[in-house]
Design a protein around this ligand. Sequence first.
Ligand code: FMN
Length: 337
Amino acid sequence: MSKFFLSILILIAVSFSACSKSDDVELPTENEQTGSDENNNDDPSTNESGRYLVLYASRSGNTKSVAQLIQSTLDCDILEIEPTTPYESDYNAMLTRAQAEQQQIEQGYYPSIKNSVDSFDGYDIVFVGYPIWFGHMATYMQSFLHQHAEKLKGKSIALFATSGSSGISTSVGEAQRLTADARFTQTLLLTSSTISQMHSRVTEWLSNIGAEKGESSNNSMKIKLTVGDRSTTATMVDNPTTRDFISRLPLTITMADYAGAEKIYTFSPTLTIEGTSLGHNNPQRGDIDFYVPWGNIGIFYKVVNSNSQLVNLGQIDGDGIEIFDVPGSVNVKIEQQ
Ligand SMILES: Cc1cc2nc3c(=O)[nH]c(=O)nc-3n(C[C@H](O)[C@H](O)[C@H](O)COP(=O)(O)O)c2cc1C
């Protein structure tokens, strides 16, 4: 069982000059002025599983409550992301600064943050939570994603947010632009009218994205794929369909090319989907998926469209997908590591 340690680097404070202008989005209400400015210790608590990491930004505690619920449900690591310079206790000054930071971001300048994570290796899902500010992801979480884009390459990110009533979609677009090579799961938004349902909504969401408390990814969820004299490994996602797939290994199969985008193989009998959540948003090059209507697995060497009938089984590690990025069919040996 692996144990992951995060190193926190304290960065030098850089503050922006304020220049405020109203955006055409809902403004926060007065009762959001009660946010605490307490200084939280930002050492992450590290558990034994290491499968999930919850990162969150929170000024007045709403997103923090959701983050802590996810953390306690999954018994996983958690880290609060903080601005280098704490936000002003004067509410209007804080709003002015937040707006100015958003405008600076649009010019390519990101506010300074306290925290840095050395590596996300070993985390199956990185949860990223933040409040919606002026319709956007809170500025300093944008900074975090901007600074960690390279390290988050290929990782699964689960976005969650809280807001007065604004939607999450603008911030999802921001996250996707900031970490273009990450993969995104279904998201969770709790507004002031749904925050009271936090427990049921979080439980349902975690189940939908296949996140559950348990053992870490270990060798039993790793597979090796060999084409000719070239081999690669893949890290599999733990769900009933993947477990059925792994139970059929080792396999030596011919995978046909489909649409110049994937290598496919149809199982007979088909793989089970009982207990597995269907749907895969933003499949990436290197993903291994099961396509329910046709009963085939596909190894994508090109990006394909989101599809509600796909189940993600895992992803080829590193640049290993190159062995499948060849014309025509391939003979593949697949074995459990
Ligand atoms: C600077 C600022 C901007 C905000 N902008 C919006 C907004 O555009 N739409 C909205 O619904 N809520 C907005 N809110 C409300 C917060 O999104 C909401 O209260 C959130 O739950 C706060 O999360 P926190 O307690 O984790 O900081 C804003 C709050 C602040 C402080």
